[in-house]
Design a protein around this ligand. Structure first.
Ligand code: NAD
Length: 462
């Protein structure tokens, strides 16, 4: 009998669906079906592939509100976010790669009078995408659109905590005319992900997840020397210089910490503030943080919803208690919220720690919840060294009016995705990815083409 699991609405405890767990037989069957479909898909022109992706993008946009509501129920994220970000960014990605598809090409190389060379950008074959639970529909689109544009098939395993919107993406691709087998959703936990990772018929794994899972996948992929793209965790710095517009910087700190209840990989959770503006910054930060409205995320007035699960709530609360025990001071928050929210949900007050030092656990480890640490600094060189003192390198942000300084500091930071005077804005035209232990490779932009194709070099004697 097929094993199953349930997915719940973490904001209310409501059971949303029961789904089958894919085991070895299901993975083998999906890979065989994908491989057969991919052979035909690879023969289509980029224009034909692009046309289907564009149709799917249109269908995503038509169904935006319904998909946003489903995403909110599966993740606990506020509907005011999912309506304007999650589905939109997925549709943008499909549309972007629809346009890119006909332009995927190799190069001609002139090799003197008696020879020339050329390169071919070929699809990899069957790819697998494995998703995290924080941006489920966006992740399904960010992985599938470039894979399909390049002529691959892709099997997608959403997080076991948020499996529902990927199912809708599969239906939309089919309705848009994508041949059967090219985008398949398989459900399950880490074991299903490991089966995909080790499968000899899969050419590539693209993971969005935690650093430990990334390491396991890289090790598992080694047996078949699979190509991997890893989008992993972070503990990113957000640096606020004294000349910054303080209210804009507070807005940036909010964007970098409390959007999606802090469950965002690129969050700037180490907020370095130049000492001379610290009192003014903290006064505004505290007042504005205490105005954030928590509640049932399906309510359009709610600004912060539930964390993803009870286990994650316990992890985040554990970090908050460790922060207090290690001597950090709670400026605001620091507790679970049970008043004014559905009783079965997992709500944590947006929390700001001050009086932090660089060696504290809450400053060093990824918490993945609404927990900000504030760290004063005195000079540019000092803050660069401290910002880089981490094994992560996903993102970084800087607020200053001095643009010469902004570019100088950004150039010195070990981070793959950076912002100046804003945070966490990720348009599909720009590459997104991390350095150091935050990952390997990039998603989005033309750069993604390199991660979903292989290059063939051809020498021609004349
Ligand atoms: P996770 O690593 O626990 O799980 C991610 C996915 O990997 C899930 O689908 C899970 O089932 C699967 N998985 C688990 N063990 C596996 C194994 N051994 N082999 C194959 N697959 C396996 O991460 P999560 O808790 O779902 O997500 C939170 C993490 O994701 C955070 O660390 C966050 O920073 C990171 N994240 C990164 C990005 C990015 O783009 N860099 C975006 C979102 C989230």
């Amino acid at each position: 009998m097929t094993e199953t699991f349930q997915t719940i609405n973490p904001a209310t405890g409501e059971v949303l669906a029961t789904l089958p767990i894919a085991g070895k037989a299901e993975v083998d069957a999906a890979v065989a079906k994908a491989a057969a479909a991919q052979k035909e898909w690879a023969k289509r022109t980029g224009t034909e592939r692009g046309r289907i992706l564009r149709r799917a993008a249109d269908l995503l946009r038509e169904r935006n509100d319904e998909l946003a509501a489903l995403e909110t129920r599966d993740t606990g994220k506020p509907i005011q976010e999912t309506l304007v970000v999650d589905v939109v960014s997925g549709a943008d990605c499909l549309e972007f790669f629809a346009g890119i598809a006909p332009t995927i090409a190799g190069e001609h190389l002139d090799l003197g009078p008696a020879a020339f060379g050329y390169t071919r950008r070929e699809p990899l074959g069957v790819c697998a995408g494995i998703g995290a639970w924080n941006y489920p529909i966006q992740i399904a689109c960010w992985k599938s659109a470039p894979a399909l544009a390049c002529g691959n098939a892709i099997i997608f395993k959403p997080s076991e905590l948020t499996p529902l919107t990927a199912i809708e993406v599969e239906k939309i691709y089919r309705e848009a005319g994508l041949p059967d087998g090219l985008f398949q959703v398989l459900h399950g936990f880490g074991e299903t992900g490991a089966l995909l990772t080790e499968h000899p018929g899969i050419a590539k794994i693209s993971l969005t997840g935690s650093v430990p899972t990334g390491k396991r996948i890289m090790a598992g992929a080694a047996a078949t020397l699979k190509n991997v793209t890893l989008e992993l965790g972070g503990k990113s710095p957000l640096i606020i210089f004294a000349d910054a517009d303080i209210e804009n910087a507070v807005s940036g700190a909010h964007l970098a910490n409390f959007y999606s209840a802090g469950e965002v990989c690129s969050n700037g959770t180490r907020v370095f503030v130049e000492r001379s503006i610290l009192p003014q910054f903290l006064a505004s930060l505290k007042a504005r943080t205490e105005r954030i409205k928590l509640g049932d995320p399906i309510d359009p007035a709610t600004q912060m919803g539930s964390l993803i699960s009870e286990g994650h709530l316990n992890k985040v609360m554990g970090y908050i208690e460790t922060g207090k025990a290690e001597g950090a001071e709670v400026l605001t928050g620091g507790h679970r919220v049970t008043d004014g929210v559905p009783a079965a949900g997992f709500y944590v007050a947006p929390t700001v720690f001050t009086g932090c030092t660089d060696d504290m656990t809450v400053v060093r480890e990824e918490i993945f919840g609404p927990v900000m640490t504030v760290l004063p600094f005195d000079s540019e060189d000092e803050v660069i060294a401290r910002a880089n003192d981490t094994e992560f390198g996903l993102a970084a942000g800087i607020f200053t009016q001095d643009l010469t300084r902004a570019h100088r500091v950004i150039a010195a930071l070990d981070a793959g995705s950076c912002w100046i005077n804003t945070f966490n804005i990720c348009p599909v035209e720009m590459p997104f990815g991390g350095f150091k232990q935050s990952g390997l490779g990039f998603e989005n932009s033309r750069e993604a083409i390199h991660h979903f194709t292989r290059l063939k070099s051809v020498y021609v004697a004349m």
